[in-house]
Design a protein around this ligand. Structure first.
Ligand code: AVJ
Length: 315
């Protein structure tokens, strides 16, 4: 953080963030920079690999629990999705709880416009009120949503795993305040399991996750005029038992220097850049965190192997 204040720092927040991470003692980059257009497409490709189980496991749970969910929450209320969803999961939810109003929240306005257009074509009677917002910060939902008696928040995809441990709890507390008393929040989390299964999911045998991680360097070269040699780094996925998370790293294959945004950065052979965390929960650690944020856990659905959890929280 200190480094970002140095006077030779560029104005661009992306360049600043990258430089402050690369000049830190333990080099790191915020995972949000992984998701440029190529990165988002590579993530989609990851979800199609054999080794990455979360997406298809979540989908399988969704196909069995939506009826139960609608019995609990009732129908005809409002749904606020954290992230924009033209995805199959959004459709399964909409078809089950039949909201009168759907509010997608996303930082990327253009992506959301496309999603909204697709959804309004599929559900002509559904009112849609998109909100362009960074939901890692406080957000305000439309009055039309807040006035509804039945309000349901939706956060699929186990994205909560990207938050640092404390930040995930803060996020849940903020959502609790945003959705208000009596609301429900359906939040999905990937569960702790055999470490080899976990590691393979983040270092798939098709090499798609490696390409996803290395794309960061390509992005630095293109957008920040850097001169990384992508072939001189490799992808690594590490299970951090103590912190209950999978970490992605880029590892330097040799001693080398790289230029980026006007600075020279040295890498020792074997030195790591930490690029993403994916925290894994147990039903108990999720419950503890949710209760600490003011929620009660109403229902938990898992798959037969208990690999993935869908948690219904009540405010
Ligand atoms: C998009 C955050 C759910 O952590 O599993 C997948 C991202 N990174 N493989 C995850 C990811 C590498 C993914 N999330």
């Amino acid at each position: 953080m200190q480094a970002a204040r140095k006077k030779d720092m560029p104005d661009d927040p992306f360049a600043q963030d990258v430089l402050s991470g690369l000049t830190a003692k333990d080099k790191w980059i915020s995972s949000k920079w992984l998701y440029d257009q190529a990165g988002s497409q590579l993530f989609e490709d990851i979800t199609q690999t054999r080794d990455y189980y979360p997406t298809r496991t979540e989908a399988a749970i969704f196909r069995t629990m939506m009826g139960d969910l609608a019995d609990i929450t009732g129908t005809g209320g409002g749904v606020a999705e954290y992230g924009s969803g033209a995805s199959v999961k959004t459709r399964l939810l909409i078809e089950a709880v039949k909201p009168q109003l759907y509010v997608p929240l996303d930082i990327a306005g253009e992506f959301m416009e496309e999603a909204v257009a697709e959804l309004s074509e599929a559900y002509p009677d559904l009112a849609i009120a998109p909100v362009v917002a960074d939901f890692t910060q406080p957000v305000t939902l439309p009055d039309a949503f807040n006035r509804l008696e039945r309000r349901l928040g939706f956060f699929p995809g186990s994205t909560i795993g990207n938050f640092e441990a404390g930040k995930a709890g803060e996020f849940l507390a903020r959502v609790h305040r945003t959705l208000g008393d009596g609301a429900y929040f359906l939040v999905c989390a990937d569960l702790v399991k055999d470490r080899d299964v976990l590691r393979r999911a983040y270092d798939d045998s098709d090499g798609v996750t490696a390409a996803f991680n290395l794309n960061l360097l390509t992005r630095f070269n293109r957008e920040l005029g850097a001169d990384f040699d992508e072939a001189a780094f490799h992808h690594e996925a590490v299970w951090n038992e103590e912190r209950s998370r999978i970490e992605m790293h880029l590892v330097s294959d040799k001693d080398q220097s790289v230029h980026i945004a006007g600075q020279e950065i040295d890498f020792a052979s074997g030195e790591h850049i930490h690029t993403e965390n994916s925290h894994k929960y147990t039903p108990e650690t999720m419950r503890e965190m949710a209760e600490g944020a003011g929620w009660t856990v109403d229902r938990v659905w898992t798959d037969a192997r208990d690999w993935f959890g869908v948690f219904l929280l009540k405010a």
